[in-house]
Design a protein around this ligand. Structure first.
Ligand code: HEC
Length: 109
């Protein structure tokens, strides 16, 4: 997860494409973008929704709850350096996209 991030180019492209199609860019998170961005998260958080080694499952959270959790890291109300760093780096659009994507995943059982 360190090193160069090719995300910015991709994101501008998506934003550009969305603006061309006149789509509601900010109305809801872009699930496809969220899935793309989530590759950074799945190194730790399992997509299966299983908790592994003290890392909580993050699938199936309602989007607003997901955003509140990430906000708590960004504003350092929650104390976890890794998540604070990750949350602080995300743009609003990326956060909405991740929230939409993870909301759409079903927890197991
Ligand atoms: C290097 C490992 C790692 C990566 C990468 C990572 N996380 Fe986390 N995440 C954690 C750990 C560990 C916790 C538990 C922290 C704590 O105790 O507050 C956590 C907690 C969370 C929580 C709170 C879950 C809950 O129910 O309390 C959310 C939401 C979350 N991460 C989202 C993400 C997203 C979105 C990404 C990708 C952009 C991501 N994480 C990437 C390790 C990681």
């Amino acid at each position: 997860m360190r090193g160069t991030r090719p995300l910015l180019g991709w994101f501008s492209f998506v934003a550009f494409a969305a603006s061309l199609s006149g789509g509601p860019v900010m109305a809801a998170g872009d699930k496809a973008l969220g899935e793309y961005l989530s590759s950074e998260c799945t190194a730790c958080h399992q997509t299966s929704g299983r908790q592994v080694g003290g890392i909580p499952a993050i699938v199936g959270h309602p989007a607003d709850q997901f955003i509140a959790l990430m906000d708590a890291y960004r504003t350092r109300q929650r104390d976890n350096v890794v998540m604070q760093t990750i949350a602080a780096r995300l743009t609003e659009e990326e956060l909405l996209a991740l929230a939409a994507y993870y909301e759409s995943l079903k927890p197991p059982g």
